[in-house]
Design a protein around this ligand. Structure first.
Ligand code: ADP
Ligand code: ADP
Length: 228
């Protein structure tokens, strides 16, 4: 059940930077994949391609066997969490979480339920009425994860979501994320440069190297993180 397929993907940015070199990668439904590698190896570039935010210079990306046009049809939804929480400061936490639902025309009664569920999942049920500035950094990241989860994504793309947080908060959020993944039918692609985080979270670690960015190893992680 291949959900994401990268076939001989190349990326050269307009300034000539060769960011990705012949990347081939299959991601199956239910996997928790970490993209691990040094700064500049193309982790974000690959993730942005999975999100449809960048296109390959050559090669193809397939989503559920089809083009990007097949994404966000029933059962094939995608959400992305960025390095910063990117919450809108003027809106309450619950309205931040509701925004993508409003944009896709989810009726208010339904979005109320989904927002409540998503906030509960990340432990922020008491903070819906708060403004982002009233929350700690870790809580703001939780809110941005809730915003992604409220859309009930089948595929969750996360670009170093906890990189800016202290180690304690990060470990806590890692544990919560792993539990969340184990409880839901969700495929995660997680960018990190921490080998500890990658091994702890993933069913498979994809190791990348830089100049040019490429995949040098795929390491299945055999352990308690395995779901099936
Ligand atoms: P990583 O996420 O692993 O740090 P990136 O995907 O951000 O790697 O970057 C890969 C390479 O592409 C780096 O050399 C980076 O400087 C370059 N790069 C990233 N984005 C752009 C861009 N918009 N224009 C030009 N070069 C870029
Ligand atoms: P988290 O691990 O959820 O990110 P932090 O370690 O950042 O939490 O914050 C520690 C605790 O402080 C939180 O679990 C939360 O209960 C509390 N806290 C932080 N900010 C606030 C706030 N604005 N109002 C009430 N409690 C808060």
């Amino acid at each position: 059940d291949v959900l994401l397929l990268a076939n001989q993907v190349e990326k050269t940015y307009p300034n000539g930077t060769h960011a990705l070199d012949r990347v081939r990668l299959k991601i199956r439904r239910g996997e928790f994949i970490s993209l691990l590698g040094p700064s500049g190896c193309g982790k974000s570039t690959l993730l942005k391609m999975y999100a449809g935010l960048e296109s390959p210079s050559a090669g193809q990306i397939r989503w559920w066997g089809g083009s990007i046009a097949t994404v966000n049809t029933p059962g094939r939804t995608l959400a992305m969490v960025f390095q910063d929480a990117t919450l809108m400061p003027w809106a309450r936490v619950e309205d931040n979480v509701r925004l993508p639902l409003d944009l896709s025309g989810v009726p208010r009664a339904d979005s109320d339920v989904r927002v409540g569920e998503a906030l509960a999942l990340v432990g922020l049920d008491k903070f819906g009425k708060s403004y982002p500035r009233e929350l700690s950094g870790g809580m703001q990241m939780r809110a941005s994860i809730a915003r992604a989860l409220a859309t009930r994504p089948n595929l969750l793309l996360m670009d170093e979501p906890f990189g800016a947080l202290d180690e304690f908060t990060r470990n806590k959020l890692d544990a919560d994320l792993r539990r969340l993944w184990a409880e839901r039918d969700i495929t995660v692609v997680f960018v990190t440069h921490s080998i500890y985080e990658a091994v702890y979270l993933s069913t498979k670690v994809v190791v990348m190297a830089a100049r040019p960015g490429r995949v040098i190893a795929e390491v299945p992680i055999d352990g308690p993180t395995e779901r099936d």
